[in-house]
Design a protein around this ligand. Structure first.
Ligand code: ATP
Ligand code: MG
Length: 687
């Protein structure tokens, strides 16, 4: 059996691609071609006629990874259009798909809304007795962990160890009730509800099993209990031979804080005793200096699976470590050094990534990059979707997708102002509460005239009529391109909202212009996404599908655009990606490893440090050819300036064995290098 999908693979990779006897687990370090095995295996399954594309499903960690995978597979197939029939998505997108199709079975409207973390925070805030944001955040995290562990409110309450947990469990109960009243789900529900449905309803489970006959899972180490349960429900059943391929790396497990268990890979082996275990040892990504540093760091963690990684990519450049005076200087120097490096290598901006531990570190970097006129895109933050103007527009889309989405209703009906004030909304809310219906529904409910005089009712009805009109058009438009396209509907909606004049009436000219540009940027991007990509095998989307996609995107990643731009990303969001040149910044004690609660018990702390070390490992192994690490001697925290120490992880890289280059500041400053290069370019004769 041979197909193009088997080319460019080493022996264990080819074994993994060909293995069809039962469940298969590929466990291997970073850059060893695990994701490539998934891609090639899918192509192989199709090309060899073993499975039809529509019966294959692959789960990836980010939407971006899913899109890339689909594109790659299309290129491997003799008939690329088949790629469109594959199900390649994140766990969350798959959940949305299952919920949308099985909504009825769950007593959910097909057009349920997805609440993002901010919406959920507001809900919990309304229920909690405290106003302390940190406490509310902790309750939210607690609820999420319960959900991901498939623990219900009653059980949470019964097992609460102290008053704090008891309170969180009580809020958990009312939080669930409110979500269902809103016909809304949160991110955790996207996986929890399908799991429940499959557990309760064999017919539904069977239907999905027949649809997804072969399952592949990337980044397996970061699945949580709930996600694993979903996988298990899809691949097991009476008389059914479990058929799936999972790939993962225990050294890259970085989501314990979201309920993923580091023991995942072991559990899989226990649950599937005939699991075929395949290891990959050759790294195809990074040059030797980088790989050695990564191996040295991770060797400080206890091992679940023994691994050795080697590479034939050559020694490459030594890893460079630079100490910076403070975080502002760090951002400036990185920007300038990147410019100089790019000149020297004649590289593209998109060859570079700047990686950091926390979102808050992005701000100074953004400023510095803008100053140097370096284009960049941000992922892993919510910086774009969290902007007020974007949330405003999204609230309209959400309301169109689900009339019962009360938080979206309130935001949309009051932005821009259209004569609906607080008093009107309170009266409407009370009425909706009495009738157990949504705000939208209450507007048209008989008897509403008795509580709201027509002066107040009229603008509400006008607003709802507008939403209904757009909604009718949004759903008429066929996903296959018949009927109206998403762009036209979107343009008309924007014109009718009169959002642009609202911005200029409300903000000063400069701000208004900036905000409007963001909106145009957003709607332009939506329109582009609606088109799909026939050759890449990505189907067209209608406005409703776009809305749900946007809700999902806010979670982990930003948008992917700007063809040639430096990527700014958190370490978490950089998982699975690779870049020729990487800057890893802020590598200090307190940042990486992250400073946790000072009262953390020693054993918990030890486990946390191990997780931080894996994060460092993920960071180092994103680099293909060069890796530059910076840390700051001082850093601003709020109004204070803190003295910082170099991270223990830098020492663990064992660079001091004559391999590391001297600190950059001891040779030529990046400014001087850049000036030098620019003058050479302008006056080549001098060279
Ligand atoms: P990570 O753990 O970071 O997710 P991974 O194990 O999934 O890494 P891939 O991203 O699949 O690794 O592969 C890393 C790089 O090596 C990619 O650029 C890939 O194309 C390349 N690669 C993988 N296998 C081979 C091979 N057999 N021959 C040539 N290049 C390969
Ligand atoms: Mg991968």
């Amino acid at each position: 059996m041979s197909s193009s999908a088997l080319f460019n693979l080493n022996t264990p990779q080819r074994d993994a691609v060909r293995y069809m006897e039962g469940p298969c687990l590929v466990i291997a370090g970073a850059g060893s071609g695990k994701t490539r095995v998934i891609t090639q295996k899918i192509a192989h399954l199709i090309e060899s006629g073993l499975y039809e594309a529509r019966h294959i499903a692959a789960l990836t960690f980010t939407n971006k990874a899913a899109a890339e995978m689909q594109e790659r597979i299309a290129k491997l197939l003799s008939s690329p259009s088949q790629a469109a029939e594959l199900t390649i998505s994140t766990f969350h997108s798959l959940g949305v798909r299952i919920l949308r199709q099985e909504a009825k079975e769950l007593g959910l409207k097909e057009r349920f809304s997805i609440m993002d973390a901010d919406d959920c925070f507001s809900l919990i805030q309304d229920m909690a007795v405290t106003t302390d944001r940190q406490v509310i955040r902790r309750i939210q995290t607690r609820i999420s962990l319960w959900k991901n562990a498939l623990v219900f409110p009653e059980k949470a309450l019964a097992e609460a160890v102290d008053e704090h947990e008891g309170q969180a469990a009580r809020i958990y109960a009312s939080y669930m009730a409110t979500l269902s009243a809103y016909q809304a789900v949160d991110f955790d529900d996207l996986i929890r509800l399908p799991v429940e449905l499959f557990r309760q309803n064999d017919a539904v489970r069977d239907r999905w099993q027949r649809r997804m006959r072969y399952l592949l899972v990337d980044e397996y180490q970061d699945t949580n209990v709930c996600q694993y349960e979903l996988v298990k429900l899809l691949v097991t059943g009476p008389g059914k031979k479990p058929m799936f391929t999972a790939v993962g790396d225990d050294d890259q497990a970085i989501y314990a804080w979201r309920g993923a268990t580091a023991e995942n890979l072991k559990i899989l082996r226990d649950d599937f005793p005939d699991l075929e275990l395949i290891r990959l040892e050759q790294n195809y990504r990074s040059s030797m200096h980088i790989l050695q540093a990564a191996n040295a760091v991770i060797s400080n963690n206890p091992k679940i699976f023994e691994k050795t990684l080697w590479s034939e990519m050559g020694a490459g450049e030594p890893v460079r470590v630079s100490a910076m005076d403070n975080d502002e200087t760090e951002a400036e120097q990185v920007a300038i050094s990147l410019s100089a490096h790019r000149f020297e290598r004649r590289a593209k901006f998109s060859d570079y990534a700047i990686l950091y531990r926390g979102n808050h570190q992005a701000r100074l970097l953004e400023t510095a990059l803008r100053r140097e006129r370096i284009p960049y895109t941000i992922s892993g933050g919510q910086s774009f979707f969290a902007r007020a103007e974007i949330k405003d527009i999204v609230s309209y889309l959400r309301l169109i997708a689900n009339n019962d989405d009360d938080p979206a209703f309130i935001r949309a009906v009051t932005t821009p102002k259209r004569g609906v004030g607080q008093a009107t909304l309170e009266a409407l809310g009370a009425y909706a509460g009495r009738w157990q219906c949504s705000l939208f529904e209450a507007v048209f409910k008989g008897g509403i005239e008795a509580v709201l005089p027509s002066r107040q009712l009229q603008p509400l009805r006008a607003f709802c009529d507008f939403i209904n009109r757009i909604e009718a058009r949004a759903s008429r438009q066929g996903a296959a391109g018949s009927g109206e396209n998403a762009a036209a509907v979107l343009d008309d909606m924007m014109a009718e909202i009169a959002y642009e004049p609202y911005l200029y009436d409300t903000f000063d000219e400069r701000n208004a212009r900036g905000k409007w540009e963001n909106v145009l940027d957003f709607t332009g991007w939506l329109k582009e996404k609606s088109l799909g990509d026939r050759q890449g095998g990505i189907p067209e989307k209608n406005l409703l599908e776009l809305t749900q996609m946007v809700a999902l995107m806010t979670m982990l990643e930003g948008r992917d655009e700007a063809p040639d731009a430096v990527r700014l990303s958190t370490l978490h969001a950089a998982k699975g990606l690779e870049f020729p040149h990487v800057y890893l910044v802020g590598v200090e004690e307190g940042i990486l490893p992250h400073k946790g609660d000072p009262d953390t018990p020693a054993d918990v702390l030890a486990r946390r440090i191990e997780e931080e070390r894996r994060l460092m490992y993920v960071g180092i192994t994103r680099a293909q050819r060069s890796l530059q690490i910076t840390w700051c001697k001082k850093r601003r925290r709020g109004r204070e300036t803190e003295i910082c120490d170099m991270s223990r992880f830098i020492a663990e890289m064992k660079l001091d064995e004559g391999k590391a280059l001297p600190d950059e500041s001891e040779t030529m400053t990046p400014q001087a290098r850049l000036a030098n290069l620019k003058s050479l370019l302008q006056n080549p004769k001098v060279a």
